[in-house]
Design a protein around this ligand. Structure first.
Ligand code: GLC
Length: 438
């Protein structure tokens, strides 16, 4: 092959790769209010995730149907025991607000296939099958609207209950009583439900899809589903917990118990798949998503604040989960932990809300956030010696402790930036140094 032929091949390859990119990008152009919503989302930084369903009764997490191989017949008895008479939507919304959260994401239908809202597309709903009989999603939508908290809907793509979720995926195969059905009917069912969710509950801030990983090669008809959502509510942000690179039509990228690019778990997202859209890390307040009676792994205030601060330092939101109990209450320990994060944010929120990842890259001991020329260095571990940030080239105008605005000693050299903070000035949870850049 001569040089000319090689050049022609390279040019053709470049053309093919860019033209493909153009088609996938031009197929979805976010509207002005969608772009505004993305900006709002990036600034909001902190939300409440809620996993609540008929599975909560069993106190064994939201995967109980799969994990205990509960047959369709047996599981169908659960709704008749679901009577959360102590549920109070306003109380939940106030708990979130008091924690400094700006939005909440609630499971409208999880993998067990039970709809927690009033749906005409199926009878398997909270309104039709439980003694409670009320649409809790409606109550939450109203309470959120009243309190100025934005509402996102978690929606499972995976379904262990419906026959038309067929061919089946990699999970739920020990559940007896599953039959065969028509995949296209399943897609139509999801479209009908999403239409209801985006028509009957006011402005919805986003749809949070989950379960793609159950059938990696399925045709989920995302082009049609995403278009439907954006046609109904153009500002509605679409995210999908597929753990892959972003797909056309998505507005934010989520990371399950994983900081963007870290990929430390089996459900992580590889560093090369971290995209440019707004990011959200989701994590549990203890060890489970759905209510788990035996779970005592409640995270401390320090761990929770660190999760939030680290997420911010990776340019991401934190969506922190609680699994309310079957009576409709959030566990006392969790209400307490949430209010403790709220206390921390009341004093330090300025270094989190509205920030981006700072120019100092995250490390084991610190992360940085930044608002224009103000850089916040969050020291998450106490330091006995001065710290050195390598390759720090920016010019510093001033450096002070965020807490009391006292001056912090810094020195720049070819080794980087040296910062000295006496141990007595360091905080147990997070020592924040406010660095103003020229
Ligand atoms: C996983 C689990 C699911 C949970 C979700 C939250 O995908 O399957 O139960 O809802 O993570 O991120």
């Amino acid at each position: 092959m001569n040089l000319k032929t090689i050049r022609i091949i390279i040019a053709a390859l470049i053309f093919l790769s860019t033209s493909k990119e153009v088609t996938s990008q031009t197929s979805y152009v976010p509207t002005e209010n969608n772009l505004e919503a993305r900006q709002w989302f990036e600034d909001a930084k902190f939300g409440l995730f809620i996993h609540w369903g008929v599975y909560s009764i069993l106190g064994d997490g939201e995967w109980v149907m799969n994990n205990q191989n509960i047959s369709i017949d047996a599981y169908e008895k659960l709704p008749s025991f679901f009577n959360p008479i102590e549920f109070n939507a306003e109380e939940w919304v106030k708990i979130a607000k008091n924690a400094g959260m700006k939005y909440m994401t609630i499971t409208t239908r999880h993998h067990d296939g039970f709809s927690m809202f009033d749906s005409k597309a199926t009878d398997y709903t909270i309104v039709k099958k439980t003694p409670y009989g009320k649409d809790v999603i409606k109550d939450l939508a109203e309470a959120c609207e009243k309190e100025g908290i934005k509402l996102f809907f978690y929606y499972s793509l995976l379904d262990w209950h419906r026959d038309d979720y067929f061919p089946r995926g990699s999970t739920g195969n020990g559940i007896e009583g599953r039959k065969e059905g028509d995949w296209n009917a399943y897609i139509d069912f999801m479209k009908a439900q999403l239409t209801e969710l985006l028509t009957n509950y006011g402005d919805i801030a986003g749809i949070w899809f989950d379960g793609d990983w159950d059938k990696k090669n399925a045709n989920w008809h995302y082009d049609e589903i995403y278009k439907l959502i954006h046609d109904l509510q153009p500002q509605c942000l679409i995210g999908n917990n597929h753990h892959d690179a972003l797909k056309p039509g998505e507005d934010f990228q989520m990371f399950e118990r994983d900081l963007p690019g870290e990929n430390k778990t089996s459900f992580g997202t590889s560093a090369s798949h971290v995209g440019k859209l707004p990011r959200e890390v989701c994590a549990t307040i203890n060890g489970s998503w759905g209510f788990d009676l035996r779970d005592k792994k409640h995270k401390s205030q320090k761990e929770l604040v660190h999760y939030l601060v680290r997420a911010s330092g990776f340019g991401s939101n934190l969506l922190l989960n609680v699994g309310p109990m079957p009576n409709g209450k959030i566990q006392e320990e969790h209400i307490q932990s949430l209010s403790e994060i709220g206390d921390w944010l009341k004093t330090n929120g300025e270094t989190i809300y509205g920030t981006k990842a700072g120019i100092i890259p995250p490390s084991k001991d610190w992360v940085s956030t930044q608002k224009e020329n103000v850089l916040y260095l969050h020291l998450l571990e106490k330091q006995t010696k001065p710290i050195v940030i390598p390759e720090f080239k920016a010019i510093i105008k001033s450096a002070k402790l965020f807490s009391n605005k006292s001056k912090v000693k810094t020195k720049q050299s070819k080794d980087g930036l040296r910062i000295e903070i006496p141990e007595a000035d360091q905080n147990e949870i997070d020592t924040i140094i406010e660095i103003t850049l020229k």
